[in-house]
Design a protein around this ligand. Structure first.
Ligand code: FMN
Length: 150
């Protein structure tokens, strides 16, 4: 059975981003896929310090949510990343998490499918969407598209 990992960057575990992710979880379930939702934005996640220790350790030097999620990401067939828009970008906690998750994990991400979802009140959604999709396209991951405006 295909496994999809979903990450909520918002600090609101039941906010707008979570609502979008819940809808995706409902559809994945209908399609017979297994899902796991990780709440990222409600946790304290620091940024990458570019120490490169991960190349020796095989994991991030900061032993937190990133190292917890890494084996789940390795096992998953797909990754969905959801973010609220903060000042025209994905929110900071999520970016810190993704920088460290993608940089510290040596396994191949090739052909794991990636999808991003963003939530905003007024603007900055397309810029944020673009930032999130780059984690996928830099890593050889095909991006799941949609119809009309994603
Ligand atoms: C610090 C901060 C910055 C924000 N910046 C933007 C912005 O640039 N553009 C926008 O449309 N909404 C902005 N918002 C609003 C959120 O993107 C919006 O309310 C979003 O739906 C919240 O999602 P959530 O309920 O999952 O947390 C901002 C909110 C916060 C707290």
């Amino acid at each position: 059975m295909a496994k999809i990992l979903l990450c909520n960057g918002s600090p609101h575990t039941n906010g707008c981003t979570a609502t979008a992710l819940d809808e995706m979880i409902r559809v994945f379930a209908e399609e017979g896929m297994e899902t796991e939702l990780i709440q990222v934005g409600s946790k304290a996640v620091r940024g990458c310090i570019s120490c490169r220790s991960c190349s020796k350790l095989g994991k991030c030097v900061f032993d937190d949510l990133v190292n917890e999620v890494a084996p789940k990401f390795e096992e998953a067939d797909g990754l969905v990343v959801g973010s609220p828009v903060y000042y025209g970008s994905p929110n900071g906690t999520l970016l810190s998490f993704l920088d460290r998750l993608f940089y510290s994990t040596g396994f191949s991400k090739h052909m794991k499918v990636g999808a991003a979802v963003v939530s905003c009140r007024r603007g900055g959604n397309t810029a944020s969407f673009d930032v999130l999709n780059k984690y996928f396209t830099i890593s050889g991951m095909p991006v799941a598209s949609s119809t009309y405006w994603n």
